[in-house]
Design a protein around this ligand. Structure first.
Ligand SMILES: [Fe+2]
Ligand SMILES: [Fe+2]
Length: 438
């Protein structure tokens, strides 16, 4: 009996071993998929997400490249924003190539020799200088089983793609489809939020004909400074919206005071000053996403000064949010360089002298430092926002290599060479030019 029992046990183990290793493999596969799912769910940025999907798939399938094409239903095209190793956007008609075939038919195609297949579209290879040997192409379906895109995995590092690769790609594809749909939905929501804020800002700018375009120029300057300071993408976004809406409180100031031509009385000036607090209370009523929560505080701080002499709260130094310090400088720069009715712009050297004097009093020195590093092509395009049509491309090209700081040096100490002389001339031409009817 004992012998018999032993032999049965041995037999059991014989069977169990491949079973255990199969289960082990399955567990490994599932935990990899779980990891992928977590990794993909942790971003809602569509570009970033597509990049992650492609990177993960390429690694898991041990392939050289992976591209995810999404269907543009309006244009009947397939597009990919970031094909790995290729920078530009790839776009082609839905009836082209293997990806197009898969998008239309829903077939999974595992092609061992790309160039031997008449459906293969060699255009992308031609464009990128890449050589496709074999490729696995699979439709990506959403929860409703509709095809929303195509996965294309190129050049298996050893041999060609296997049945296991297909199974793995199916699993990744369904995880990716959900994440991509979520990100697209979020993207759409975000787009409608952006257009709402922009429209609000344009409306605000339109009301004030004297400072026409003010909010948008302040926004463009602020974003430039934030970029030069290398602030994180989310903070730049926060500053952008706060800048677009910083003067929204002016909607609550009577026009008779706001647009008064003569000198303001102290009482009237105090009424105008209320717009900063009003901006805060209006913006506080909007439910912003978490990373944009500080918009009301930043917008309200655009008249604060680092020595504490500003308004509405008289905040000092680092009590003022960083975005508020950036806004404060850009707001004054725009006011000083604006064309007022029947008046030319103040000379740029004089403007910078005023800002320089106020550095350390009104303005944070590091903000002024970065502001002076704005290149002249960007600066003139913002100054002339709305009058861009007759810029000469070669002028902008030349201005690109010089900053505001360079310009002030050239204007104060003289040009060191012909190019510097030319740069100052070109900049001043656009800066001082007049428009018909003005
Ligand atoms: Fe203001
Ligand atoms: Fe302003």
């Amino acid at each position: 009996m004992r012998t018999l029992k032993n032999s049965t046990e041995i037999k059991k183990t014989d069977h169990a071993e491949p079973e255990v290793s199969r289960l082990k493999q399955e567990v490994e596969r599932l935990s990899a998929l779980l990891e992928i799912s977590d990794y993909l769910a942790s971003t809602l940025d569509l570009d970033e997400l597509l990049l992650r999907v492609m990177e993960v798939t390429r690694k898991q399938l041990n392939a050289e490249r992976c591209t995810v094409f999404l269907i543009d239903f309006e244009r009947d095209e397939l597009w990919s924003k970031i094909a790995m190793g290729v920078q530009e956007e790839i776009r082609f008609s839905l009836d082209k190539g293997i990806a197009g075939h898969v998008a239309r038919t829903g077939e999974i195609l595992n092609i061992k020799d790309a160039y031997a297949d008449p459906r293969f579209n060699p255009e992308v290879d031609k464009k990128t200088g890449y050589r496709t040997r074999n490729l696995l192409t699979m439709p990506m379906r959403n929860k409703k089983n509709e095809i929303i895109g195509v996965f294309q995995v190129l050049n298996k590092k050893e041999g060609s793609f296997t049945a296991e690769d297909i199974e793995l790609l199916k699993a990744i594809s369904s995880i990716a489809a959900t994440a991509i749909e979520n990100a697209s939905l979020y993207d759409e929501l975000n787009q409608s939020f952006v257009s709402f804020v922009e429209t609000l800002s344009i409306t605000l700018d339109a009301r004030d004909y004297i400072t026409s375009g003010h909010s948008r120029r302040v926004t463009l300057y602020s974003v430039q400074v934030a970029r030069l300071m290398r602030l994180p993408k989310k903070e730049i976004e926060l500053i952008r919206y706060a800048a677009l809406l910083h003067d929204i409180g002016k909607l609550g100031i009577p026009e008779i005071v706001l647009f008064k031509n003569k000198k303001l009385t102290e009482e009237e000036y105090n009424i105008i000053k209320r717009h900063a607090v009003l901006s805060k209370s209006i913006l506080s009523k909007i439910r912003f996403q978490r990373h944009l929560k500080e918009i009301p505080q930043i917008a309200a701080a655009h008249h604060e000064k680092i020595d504490g002499s500003g308004y509405p709260q008289g905040l000092r130094g680092d009590e003022i949010p960083r975005g508020g310090k950036i806004l404060a400088l850009c707001d004054v720069f725009d006011a000083l360089t604006s064309r007022r009715q029947y008046k030319d712009r103040m000379d740029i050297v004089e403007v910078m002298d005023i800002l320089e004097r106020e550095t350390g009093r009104s303005f944070e020195p590091f903000v002024v430092y970065h502001f002076k590093n704005i290149t002249l092509n960007v600066l003139i395009e913002i100054l002339e926002f709305g009058h861009k049509e007759d810029f000469k491309a070669q002028d902008l090209e030349l201005l690109r290599n010089y900053t505001l700081k360079d310009l002030i040096r050239i204007r104060k100490q003289g040009a060191e060479n012909d190019e510097e002389f030319q740069v100052a001339e070109i900049f001043m031409y656009y800066y001082q030019r007049k428009y018909r009817g003005e």
